[in-house]
Design a protein around this ligand. Sequence first.
Ligand code: SF4
Length: 576
Amino acid sequence: MKIVRINIENEDIQFEEITPNSKYLLRGARGLSSQIIHDEVPPLCNPLGNENKLILANGILAGSPFPCSARTSVGAKSPLTNGIKEANVGGRPAMMLARHGIRAIVLEDISLLLKLILIDEYGIKILSAEEYKGLGNYELYSKLKQKYGENIGIYSIGPAGEHLMKSATVAANDLEGYPSRHAARGGLGAVMGSKRIKAIVIIPSKTSKVKMHDIKKFREGSKPFAKQLASSKEVFSTFGTSLMMKGMSGYGGIPTKNFQMGSYDKIDNISGERLHELVVARGGKKRLACSPTCVIKCSNLVVDEQGNHLTSSLEYETMALNGSNLMIDDLDSLAKIDHLCDDLGLDTIEFGGTVGVAMDCGKVEWGNAEKVFKILDDEIRNNTEEGQLYSNGVKIIGEKLNAKRIPQVKGQGISAYDSRVFKAMGVTYVTSPQGADHTAGAAIAGRVPSQHKNYGELTENENKLDLSFELQIYTAILDSMGCCYFIGPSYENMEIIANAINAMYNLTLTRDDVIKIGIEIIKTEIKFNNKAGITQEMNKVPEFFREEQSEPIGLKFTFEKAELENFWKRLDEHNF
Ligand code: SF4
C-alpha cells in the first residue's frame, strides 16, 4: 500500500510505500489523515490557502472482506471549526483505491484552474475539469460515467465546494451510481474547492493489490462477526436510521423549532415507519448497502409517485434537522431538500441547523419548504449574497442575525440530538476534537461501549463522561479501520479488530494495543487543535442549553464547566 502525494499546482506526484516499519502501518483513514495534518499542516494556516492539505484515506482493513470496512476518511484543517477535521463516507471509491494499492491521496497546494484526477491501471493523470465547472453532482456523475464507464468510483464537489462554502461536502458515488454519500461535516468540500479539484475518478483495477497474510484466520474472525451483525440488526436494516424519528421525539430530544422543543406533534407524518411505507408503496428500494462489504444495509432509495428517483438515502439527521427542526412535515419535501443538498454538495445537518436559526429569527416562516428549495436551488447554486448567508454554517448566520439560540460547538452545528436530553451525546459535542459531530461518539439508546459496565439512564448525567469518553476512543479506532460505526464502537469489538489486523498484517496486537491506537489518534488531534488555538477551555455548550429547559421533559445541560475542560485528562488514567 502507498500514500500518493499530488501537488495540484505543479502536478508533481510522489509515492510513499507503507512498509512494515513505516510509522503509518497502523494509521489508516482518520488515524492517517489526522497524523498527516498534525505532522505537515501549519496549525494557524488559512484552511482555504495553499498550506492546508486534503487527505482522502482508506482504512487499515480496506480491501479486505471485513464487514462494513470500505469507507473513506476525508481530512483537513476545517474552514468551519479552524481545527482538525475528519468526515468519513461510504460509497464505491474506497475499495477501488485499495485495489489499486493506494491507502491515501494527499492533495497539496492550490491550483488556479479546475482539475480532475484520473486513476487507472497505468497510473495517475491530472486533467482539466473546466468543462465540468459549476455542475451539480448529479449531472457531473452522469457525464463522468458516459466518459469513463459505469463502474468508476468518484469523489467530487458540487457548486457549494466550488464557491468555497463552509458547509460544502466531498461526495462519493454509491453502489447504484448516485452521488448520495458525503463526507459532510466540517466544510471539507470547500478545502477541495480551494484546491480546484472538481473530481477524482477511479477506473476499476482488474486485479487487487491488497495483501492478506492469512485469509483463513481472517475469515475465522470476520465471518461469524458479519453473520452476527446481519442478524442482530434486522429491524435497523429494514427501516434504516429514520426509525429514530419517533423514538427521539418520544424521548423529547429531537430538534424541533430550532431546539425550542424536543417533540414534534406531526412526527407521524415524517416518521421512519411512514418513510418505509412510502418507499415500499412507490417501488423504491430499502435495505441497500452504501459500500462494498456492508452487511447491515441501512440505506434506502426514495422515488416519486411515478417511480422516478427522488433521493438516495433519506436519513435521520437530514429528516430531523430539516423536518421537525424547521417544522416541515412532508416526506417529499425532505427528499427534495436531501436531493438538492446532495447535488450542491452541502451538509444537510449544517444546512438544516442554519435555516433553523434563520426561522427562529423571523427571517423565514416556519415550515416554508418552498423558500428552503429556493435558498438551495437559486441562492446557493448561484452563489448570491443570500446563498452565502445560508451556506457557511450555524455559527456565522447566528452571529449575523444576533440570534438567541445558536446550536453549535466550536463553529460546527449540533446534530439531531438535544444535548439537554441525551447527556452523553452533549458531552461528545462539547469535548470532541472534531466539533459538534455525533459520529465522534454517538451515545444513543442501546449503545453501550462495554457489556460489563453500567452507564445509567440516557437522560441522566450518571457515568456519561465515561460513556462519551469510551465511545470516542472506540469510534476513533473504527474510523481508522475504515469501518462504519454501526458495527459497534465497543470494548468487545476491539478484540475482533485486533484479530483481523493480526491476520491481515502478520502481527500480534492485543486488544489493549488497539485501544492505544485510538488514544494516540485523539491525543494527536488535540495537540493540533491546541496549536490552532482550539483549546480545552473552548469545551462549552451553547448557553441556551444551560438556561432554557428542554420541552416537554424539562431538562437542562448541567455538567460543570471544569468537568468538560478537564475531560481529556482521563486519557492517561482511564481504565477500560
Ligand atoms: S450500515 Fe448503513 S451507513 Fe454503514 S456502511 Fe452499511 S449502509 Fe452504509
